[in-house]
Design a protein around this ligand. Structure first.
Ligand code: FPP
Length: 236
């Protein structure tokens, strides 16, 4: 647990990276890394809920991940399918689960399960858990821009109505507090097309631990680091 007076981020984003390297180091197939990563994901969701974090957004599958081998894409989709069937093992908890990303390229059974889980948890009062599947930050911004363009074309809005607030309201996370902390384990230091719009004033914490080895203590350390940051939001 973090010390009681720690300033908590309201919204945390996590790039769950390093599954493949974790598996290779052990001579296991990459799918084993994703399976262990999915278990860690579930535990960290529960922990965020316990800490009182308002929103958690995790990167499970990007718009670019389709270019991985068919075997690997299938294994990630199968893990997702299994977790969806089990409602992420979070049934009975107060977490509200949402899926963010494109919905036009996923298998119909996965889409049905996603809709079921979203519907079943939509009134839950606890942590908002956004799971990014077939998600890309650029894709999200393009969709928001297209939506504004259509309204402008149809005369429903004027050019001056296209503001940051309007575009923000068209992002997947418009129901969440602003992103405070972006966490990337595995030693890589880049955004990889995750939450580009929302990252504007997020604090970044990079950690060397691979995602399948990530523990509650690592999250504590990241939150404590966040609490020490001096946030100025472009001001003085
Ligand atoms: C990045 O590691 C991880 C992914 C592309 C997939 C993340 C998927 C999961 C954690 C499992 C499914 C998720 C849920 C929500 C049940 P990498 O493969 O790029 O690792 P590497 O950089 O070491 O190769």
């Amino acid at each position: 647990m973090v010390p009681r007076n720690t300033v908590l981020p309201r919204h945390i984003g996590i790039i769950m990276d390093g599954n493949g390297r974790w598996a290779s180091k052990r001579g296991l197939p990459r799918s084993a890394g994703h399976a262990k990563g999915a278990d860690v994901f579930r535990d960290i969701c529960r922990y965020c809920e316990q800490l009182g974090i308002e929103a958690l957004t995790t990167y499970a599958f990007s718009t670019e991940n389709w270019t991985r081998s068919k075997d690997e894409v299938d294994s990630i989709m199968n893990i997702l399918r299994r977790y969806l069937k089990d409602a992420f093992g979070l049934e009975g908890e107060t977490i509200r689960v949402r899926f963010i990303g494109r919905r036009d390229r996923l298998a119909p059974d996965i889409l049905d399960l996603m809709n079921e889980i979203e519907e079943g948890s939509k009134d839950n009062p606890g942590l908002i858990l956004n799971i990014a599947v077939d998600y890309g930050g650029r894709d999200e911004i393009v969709s928001a821009a297209k939506r504004a363009a259509v309204l402008l074309r149809d005369g429903e809005i004027k050019e001056e109505d296209i503001t940051e607030e309007l575009i923000d309201s068209y992002t997947f996370t418009s129901c969440c507090p602003p992103l405070d902390l972006l966490l990337r384990p595995s030693g890589e230091q880049r955004i990889s097309n995750f939450m580009l719009w929302q990252c504007a004033y997020a604090e970044f914490v990079y950690m060397d631990v691979l995602w399948p080895d990530f523990t509650r203590k690592d999250l504590d350390a990241a939150i404590e680091e966040f609490g020490r940051r001096n946030r100025r939001f472009g001001g003085r």
